[in-house]
Design a protein around this ligand. Sequence first.
Ligand code: SF4
Length: 284
Amino acid sequence: MRGVDNEQLGLFAPPKRLFTCTPSKLGSYEDCPRRYRFTYVDRPAPPKGPPWAHNSLGASVHTALRSWYALDPARRERSALPALLKATWVTEGYRDDAQEREVFRRALGWLESYVDGLDPHDEPVGVERTVAARTDTLALSGRVDRIDQRDGELVIVDYKTGRSGLTPDDARGSRALALYAIAASRVFRKPCHRVELHHLPTGTVAAHDHTDDSLARHLRRAEATAADITAADAALAAGTPADEAFPVAPGPQCSWCDYRRSCPAGVDAAPKDPWTAVDRPPAV
Ligand code: SF4
């Protein structure tokens, strides 16, 4: 029969459902499946803790750099930065006004040093640009801080504002950067192998040049994580208790987890103040 033939040929097979994700969604599951569940599965989600000052600082600096590139090249000067940073400043999480003012000055200093090293006439291929790619199992997307073009290839640039410096191993091991490189390459139809972490507090760049094989390995691991998440979702839907389908992964990260207060595995972790990560160590 004709219908049977078509079925045998796979013509009526339902299309495979792709797992829609960003690198941070995959990373959230890899860090702690329960935190993933709280963030992406449970509705309503458990209440989060208060906002973190380090997130406010990171967002402020990222947006100021986006605004800097939005200026006409002739106006991309150091002197433009105070107004740009002020306009994008996120105030949440600081201990008090004095700390917030001190961190603002610190961030402004980072930005001034950073733009001193930039050619204002360089136009990146993308600034806070969303890129996307599909594989057999993934519909992947993410927003890249900056995409440069050098020597005919794209370069992924990710700004960092955390306290600790970064190494080439951090750039090599970053799943997010590798997935951005794959997606940017597909969107712009240009090769992309180099990924860079620009650490503004120290003015250093940690870089790695991927090969096609190392990018493919990152992609395979991302697909494996997506398969694990799909299996956990299916187990939950089939009646497996939520804490079994999405087990905890307690560790030092619990101190910084937004859901620490809703998670019995995290309540014993040393609590951090919302401003701890931006606090300057006392001078000696
Ligand atoms: S507190 Fe720790 S174990 Fe609990 S969800 Fe957060 S990261 Fe996971």
